[in-house]
Design a protein. Structure first.
Length: 134
């Protein structure tokens, strides 16, 4: 599972934007991305706030020529995803880090970027909801 939009606090729907991926890089539906040198690339783990979430999957192209549809991340939009570790209910309201690849979260709170708003507390792969917060 990757990041899937649940809704926004103001009910607004953001416009779809289109950017090229970095050459020879692929993207997965729901993956978090950043814009670097005018191209999209996977967001770094726990240090760089993602700017976008992919609205489609795209295979790597040696020279990127097919624009990828993305949605700009906002702090008032709630997303659902899974975790790589148990996210207990005690972590609701706490920010956790992104897992490698920008598709899931961890239960690590150091340098967290994703604030948990709900969790099912399942062992290993908890289903969580939350917001990207600075």
């Amino acid at each position: 599972m990757a990041f899937k939009r649940c809704g926004s606090l103001d009910g607004a729907q953001d416009p779809i934007e289109y950017f090229l991926l970095t050459d020879a890089e692929a993207a997965t539906l729901g993956q978090t991305l950043v814009l670097t040198s005018g191209r999209l690339t996977a967001s770094a783990v726990d240090t760089t706030m993602p700017q976008f979430v992919a609205l489609a999957s795209r295979v790597a192209e040696t020279t990127s020529v097919t624009p990828l549809p993305v949605e700009r991340l906002r702090e008032d939009v709630e997303y659902a995803t899974q975790s790589m570790a148990t996210v207990a209910s005690t972590l609701v309201g706490t920010k956790v880090t992104l897992h490698t690849g920008g598709l899931l979260v961890t239960a690590t709170t150091t340098n967290g970027l994703f604030e948990i708003s709900a969790t099912d507390g399942a062992t290993t792969t908890s289903n969580v909801k939350g917001y990207f917060r600075r």
